[in-house]
Design a protein around this ligand. Structure first.
Ligand code: SF4
Length: 724
């Protein structure tokens, strides 16, 4: 698995100004390096913080608008600064300020009351892909050791769990990218399926530009002609929900065009016969009829990719967030394996992770089925090792609970589902699929505790709200999309009423755990990381050779890194894959329709996504003036032909309705989208009330990317108006 680096990893330097603090952006998985300089005259007594892009390997000085404006989140006016407790009363009562002891006592009493009455599994924990590794690790430990509940999962399940599941099946290991970003410009042909980094992580685009400057080819697969698609040599525009057929069609053409790497298939893979049989049933004309992509463009793509000396396929949410997302990613991986474009320099499959710590967040135990080090909760050896680190009997560790949507929707833990929930760093009222049902369910909970930086829509429903520190106010590690463990360093102290998530967990452990339980919940992040590293030893995501000093000195360390003398692993699989026999496994999958296809009542496909100036549920970015000015609210993209059929003009308010919900938003008319598809960005409340929670059977990722909708002029709809 470990092999010599093919090219040096680009190195950055220490902060150019010794008075600056080197840290990383609070948002996406690129985790751009930043330098923060602190002045004395900020808003409302807070220090003024100037943000500048650092010469860090991933961003080389660049930041997008979200990163550039991140210091606005430090303004006490936009964030929580005091704990809140709900006073009973009409309309659900109201939140009033409280001191920390009262808030933690109240939170502990509420959770304990439910556990005593209904059993420990009646209390759930919901985490987030933005939490640091230390927080994710201790949140998982808290659920299993203090609450003794199996009911823990996190919003990363919504983000890239299908890619994770497919990579584990194929390669025996899941890391977003098996190579550093610096390798991308050196590949011969890159297929980017279902991702729009020009809007989600703009500094990434330089790697695509450099790829093309070096003579490499770029193929973008997206139902919309996005800013990223405009950079491509070839843009394939399939209907949402048909990427699986597209990937199978490309494999069919690789076979037909004799562009297979037979030697690689024989020496380094297993299961090709099944994949070939599946691909042979997806001839170009059939794939054209399913996807809408002309057969001749499929052939262009297959030749471009198959004839290149090296190649990569990168998927993102567009290919992954489907009820067949794991199979779809499996088919993309098959394409790499069949053409020998995996496990070699400048070749391979990768996934563009979304959330800042989407990678680390899924490695250290906040997922319902996993223990730290990316180990399985059902593996007896893993249970024994982690239990030993935690000082408990392995038999005390709960078995896996239910996945994120099921947990939020009230499944598991008996007919009622969980009755109490501790939720950290997530805003499912906006980001969960079928969000209307999730909101109704959260309102019905007996007790909800939320720790967050801001008063998100979900926090405002809580019985107790705990205001916690954020990126520039605390130190902790994140693992970026490359598998590089990086260190966010505190530059300012948080406002007086704010504590760290680690202090919250310690405070709750003190109140809810066995005697001495709090000792297992250090407030010092470096101490927490040292324990995480020990707990991960020997696991797939082995961090045991990583420490804070080393991360600072080396500008991040790539896992696995099993001992302090190990160099880390920027490139995976060059010698062997991480399966038992060292061979990659073909997926051999068949196309199937989406869970909800268009019909007479709902004749259009809805696909959702992101815009440049907002991030995820918008809980943070909707509080930043410059970002709000650039992207003030949701809209729906309509093709001119569809707009003409509906009689809708540019800017006119229209209603978009699915079987689950309805929003009214202004129309944007653009020929960048297919006539049979409409697009809504999901950063605002209401949009996800439309989306379908149909789950992938392997990853349990919901089908955010396609559901059936109808669009009507709002004036023609009763109760029209009132944007979501
Ligand atoms: Fe932050 Fe991502 Fe923008 Fe970089 S690309 S500045 S990490 S939001």
């Amino acid at each position: 698995m470990t092999a010599p680096a093919a090219t040096p990893i680009a190195a950055g330097g220490p902060p150019s100004d010794p008075a600056a603090t080197a840290t990383h952006c609070p948002y996406c998985s690129l985790q751009c390096g930043m330098e923060l300089r602190v002045g004395a005259d900020g808003a409302a007594g807070a220090p003024a913080v100037a943000v500048e892009g650092a010469d860090f390997p991933v961003n080389r000085g660049a930041l997008c608008g979200k990163g550039q404006s991140a210091a606005e989140l430090l303004d006490p006016a936009v964030r929580l600064t005091v704990p809140l407790i709900r006073e009973p009363g009409a309309d659900g009562g109201r939140l009033r300020p409280a001191d920390w002891d009262e808030a933690l006592d109240h939170a502990a009493q509420g959770l304990r009351r439910i556990a005593e009455r209904y059993g420990p599994e009646a209390v759930g924990v919901f985490g987030g892909g933005g939490l640091t590794n230390e927080k994710a690790y201790l949140l998982g430990k808290f659920a299993r050791v203090v609450l003794r509940t199996p009911m823990i999962d996190y919003n990363g399940r919504f983000c890239m769990s299908s890619a994770a599941a497919a990579q584990r099946k194929a390669f025996g290991l899941d890391r977003g990218l098996p190579f550093p970003l610096a390798d991308i410009p050196r590949t011969g042909c890159l297929i980017l399926a279902g991702g729009n980094p020009a809007e989600t992580m703009p500094p990434f685009v330089r790697y695509l530009r450099e790829l093309r400057e070096n003579g490499g080819r770029l193929i973008v697969v997206d139902p919309r002609r996005t800013r990223t698609a405009e950079l491509a040599d070839l843009h394939l525009q399939p209907a949402p929900g048909t990427d699986l057929a597209l990937a199978l069609g490309l494999l069919h053409l690789l076979i037909a065009e004799r562009l297979l790497d037979e030697g690689f298939i024989a020496e380094r893979t297993t299961g090709f016969d099944g994949a070939r049989a599946a691909a042979m049933a997806h001839w170009p004309e059939r794939v054209e009829s399913i996807t809408g992509v002309p057969a001749r463009r499929l052939l262009d793509a297959a030749r471009m990719f198959g004839r290149a000396e090296s190649g990569m396929v990168l998927t993102a949410r567009g290919s992954e967030q489907h009820s067949k997302g794991t199979d779809t990613v499996g088919a993309w991986i098959d394409l790499c394996l069949a053409s020998g474009k995996a496990g070699r320099p400048y070749s391979g499959f990768g996934c563009l992770t979304g959330q800042g710590n989407g990678q680390g967040g899924r490695e250290h135990g906040q997922k319902s089925d996993q223990l730290p080090g990316y180990r399985s909760l059902t593996d007896p050896a893993a249970r024994a090792q982690v239990a030993a680190v935690w000082g408990i009997d392995p038999a005390e560790l709960p078995q896996p609970g239910v996945s994120a949507y099921r947990l939020l929707a009230g499944e598991g833990a008996g007919a009622e589902g969980v009755r109490g929930l501790l939720l950290a760093g997530s805003n499912p009222l906006v980001s969960a699929p079928n969000a209307g049902r999730v909101a109704r369910r959260l309102r019905k909970l007996d007790f909800l505790v939320v720790s967050d930086v801001v008063a998100s829509e979900t926090a405002l429903l809580a019985d107790v709200v705990l205001p916690v520190a954020q990126w520039a106010e605390e130190t902790g590690t994140m693992t970026n999309l490359e598998g590089r463990v990086i260190l966010r360093q505190a530059a300012v102290t948080p406002p007086p009423g704010v504590r760290s998530d680690l202090a919250v967990l310690r405070g709750l452990a003190e109140r809810l755990g066995r005697e001495g339980a709090a000792k297992g919940f250090p407030e010092d992040p470096e101490e927490a990381f040292a324990e995480l590293a020990r707990a991960s030893a020997g696991g797939p995501a082995d961090y045991s050779g990583i420490g804070y000093r080393r991360i600072r000195e080396e500008q991040g360390v790539f896992w696995p890194c099993p001992d302090p003398g190990h160099p880390g692993t920027p490139r995976l699989f060059l010698d062997r894959f991480a399966t038992e026999d060292g061979r990659a496994r073909f997926a051999a999958v068949d196309h199937r329709p989406a869970a909800e296809e268009p019909d007479a009542g709902y004749p259009l496909r809805l696909t959702t996504g992101r815009v440049l100036s907002q991030y995820q549920s918008g809980a943070q970015t909707r509080r930043v003036d410059a970002l709000n000015a650039a992207a003030p609210g949701p809209f729906v993209e309509l093709h001119p032909r569809l707009a003409a059929e509906l009689g809708v003009a540019e800017g006119e308010t229209v209603a978009v309705a699915s079987r689950r919900g309805r929003v009214t938003v202004p129309a944007r008319i653009t020929d960048a989208i297919r006539p049979d598809t409409v697009f809504l960005p999901f950063h605002w409340p209401g949009v996800n009330e439309l989306t379908n929670p149909a789950l992938d059977p392997v990853s349990e990722m919901p089908e955010f990317k396609i559901c059936a909708v109808r669009v009507e002029r709002a004036a023609a709809v009763p109760n029209g108006g009132g944007a979501a």
